[in-house]
Design a binder for this molecule. Structure first.
Ligand code: SF4
Length: 633
């Protein structure tokens, strides 16, 4: 493979150059084994069918990878995919998706990240980047204004994300370059390593950082000058004006404190997993909430491309515990995972742990889940012979564990495999101590309270995923964007909190279709867009005549393609399940005594399969595949 040969240049089509299309029609292809760089050209029909983001990821994975490949082998694909709306004038569209076969679960990994990388990639002329093979030595991919080249990355290997970004910008002499990269955790193939963007935005879930590391690919740097256009700018103005007029009222929570302002409320409501999902409450939880740390630890706010909301809080601390503001600040999921999950209520520890995860490139959700599981093992005397093992409530041992995981040192070698593999290595015969779905650590929305989210964790091809899901508690509040969308479809709201009724399955069907569409478009889930806003936005982008039902079909198509991929990889309906810990009620706290049974979940899943047009064994029927145009992909 040759590197530093100069950019291989591709011609852009005229509508794109003229600003009359949000996509160039070009997917950049790179084979790291041979050094070849080329493009796939796609038609308007292709974009109308797959949209981009997660849609494009599942399309390429199912079409181009053979069954049962090693996720860390050269045949896996690493796909960076902005969406059709990424980089357009619409607020909330500064996101993109990253995907591949998950090194953690063996199923689909598809994570969305904010920041600026996705818009810059589109401005550089590419609707997605699909990378295959494995480089002999560390390389990085440089993409600029319709061209791409592979460059040597030996000098970058081993660097933390902040230093690597600085080096790349210096080397290419441009401070505005956007960098997607792995840290040492990805290089060391930690199975829950993240791909980091702008050093503090993670495509975190499923071990995509390990996938990137397995290819000897340190970074993908992008810079572009093309303007992302629209087929019909007037139609877009309708949605643009509506969100500009309403976002301050409708997104006040995000403007004030971001998700970090929900820590205490979630804890008090029984949402947060505590002490490896064993306990019902944590003393001192208020110390972790943004309302407590806003002035002394949170020093600034950050945002994503085209977003006036600025929900990202930036932490900085000087003194004994230095917290570097370049790495942003912890959001709800990171606080919950690195805090209560490990029985820690010290905001400095959580802030520092969050910084280390961003610098080493680790998923904070799985890091918290795996360390908490290890702490419980230590508590129960199941681990011996390691130095300074992590203990519940011991902040320093959490920070030490993150270092060890990133470098695969000592017990970190075990933890780097994730909690489910670690349980097998310890010789556990049951999953009583695990909080996982499809082998992936759970986000911090407790399925013992949120039963539909639990069903979503169990059935999702991406494993435990709280984003492309129905959030039960929001569905009980009539003013929430979920309820507004459901009413648009004629579904009665609000929904009851507990249980998975037929009514809730109907809501789950539509909401997960909508969220999968959002992850393909790719749009921030915090924006309260309704179906008709998305219809207008898509028609403005592509010059189409879509309606609400087409958006739902797109979401269904993506879920079904992911399902076919999952089944092809050997998963069965039996795997649509939560681990045993999540059926054990807590003894105290707001949800004490409550939990679904596995039988209840299985019954709900059968109803969901029927609603999806799947057989009892979870396979889509031929009728479903024909309806969604999924025969002969
Ligand atoms: S609301 Fe927050 S996550 Fe969403 S686009 Fe804006 S800054 Fe990014």
């Amino acid at each position: 493979m040759k590197t530093n040969q100069g950019l291989t240049q591709f011609e852009m089509r005229s509508e794109f150059l003229a600003g009359n299309s949000p996509y160039s029609g070009k997917v950049l292809r790179v084979n790291l084994s041979t050094g070849e760089i080329w493009v796939d050209e796609h038609s308007d029909d292709f974009f109308r069918k797959w949209i981009g983001g997660r849609g494009l990821i599942v399309y390429y994975l199912l079409k181009e990878t053979a069954p049962n490949i090693d996720p860390l082998g050269p045949d896996n694909l690493l796909i960076f995919a902005p969406g059709i709306l990424t980089g357009t004038v619409l607020p909330g569209t500064g996101r993109h998706a990253v995907g591949g076969k998950s090194p953690l679960t063996g199923a689909l990994a598809s994570g969305e990240a904010g920041g600026w990388w996705g818009a810059e990639c589109k401005q550089a002329g590419f609707d997605a980047v699909v990378i295959q093979g494995k480089a002999e030595k560390p390389v990085y991919l440089w993409i600029k204004n319709g061209g791409a080249e592979l460059r040597d990355a030996n000098h970058l290997w081993g660097l933390k994300t902040g230093d690597c970004q600085e080096e790349i910008r210096k080397e290419l002499n441009d401070e505005k370059i956007r960098v997607a990269q792995i840290g040492p955790a990805g290089e060391n193939l930690v199975r829950f390593a993240a791909v980091m963007h702008d050093i503090n935005r993670a495509a975190g879930r499923g071990g995509l950082g390990a996938l990137m590391g397995s290819k000897n690919l340190k970074a993908v740097a992008v810079r572009g000058k093309f303007k992302i256009g629209l087929a019909d700018k007037e139609i877009m103005k309708i949605t643009q004006k509506w969100i500009t007029a309403n976002y301050k009222d409708m997104m006040g929570w995000a403007i004030q404190y971001g998700t970090s302002g929900s820590v205490k409320g979630n804890h008090d409501g029984g949402v947060t997993g505590i002490r490896n999902y064993q306990d019902g409450s944590l003393e001192g939880i208020e110390k972790l909430d943004a309302t407590s740390i806003f002035t002394w630890l949170i020093k600034d706010r950050d945002t994503c491309n085209r977003c006036p909301v600025r929900c990202k809080l930036v932490a900085e601390h000087l003194g004994d515990v230095y917290i570097d503001p370049r790495y942003g600040g912890p959001e709800y999921e990171s606080i919950a995972g690195l805090g209560p999950m490990c029985q820690i209520n010290d905001p400095l520890v959580v802030g520092k742990a969050n910084e280390l995860c961003a610098a080493y490139g680790l998923d904070t959700i799985s890091t918290g889940g795996t360390v908490a599981f290890t702490m419980e093992c230590v508590d129960k005397g199941l681990l011996n012979g390691f130095e300074d093992m992590p203990k519940f409530g011991d902040g320093q041992s959490l920070l030490d564990s993150i270092e060890k995981i990133a470098h695969r040192e000592d017990l970190g070698e075990w933890m780097a495999e994730g909690s489910a593999r670690m349980a097998t290595r310890i010789g556990m015969e049951s999953d009583q101590m695990l909080a996982v779905a499809r082998g992936q650590e759970l986000p911090y929305h407790d399925p013992r309270l949120k039963n539909a989210i639990g069903m979503g964790y169990a059935v999702s091809a991406t494993g435990a995923d709280h984003m492309a899901n129905l959030n039960d508690t929001f569905a009980t509040w009539d003013g929430s964007d979920i309820c507004v969308r459901l009413r648009e479809l004629g579904i009665e709201t609000p929904l009851k909190l507990w249980g998975i009724s037929d009514h809730k399955i109907e809501a789950f069907f539509y909401e997960t279709a909508f969220k999968n569409f959002l992850d393909s478009a790719v749009i921030c889930h915090f924006y309260p867009y309704e179906f008709h806003h998305m219809v207008d936005a898509l028609n403005a982008a592509g010059g189409w005549n879509m309606d609400m039902h087409e958006i739902i079909s797109i979401g269904e198509r993506i879920i079904n393609t992911a399902r076919m991929y999952l089944l092809r990889e050997g998963f069965t309906a039996e795997d649509d399940m939560l681990s045993a810990r999540l059926f054990q009620p807590t003894k105290v706290g707001p949800i004490a005594g409550k939990a679904m049974t596995p039988e209840y979940l299985k019954d709900a899943l059968q109803k969901y399969y029927r609603r999806m047009g799947w057989f009892e064994d979870g396979f889509p029927t031929e009728e479903t595949l024909v309806r969604l145009k999924l025969i002969n992909l």
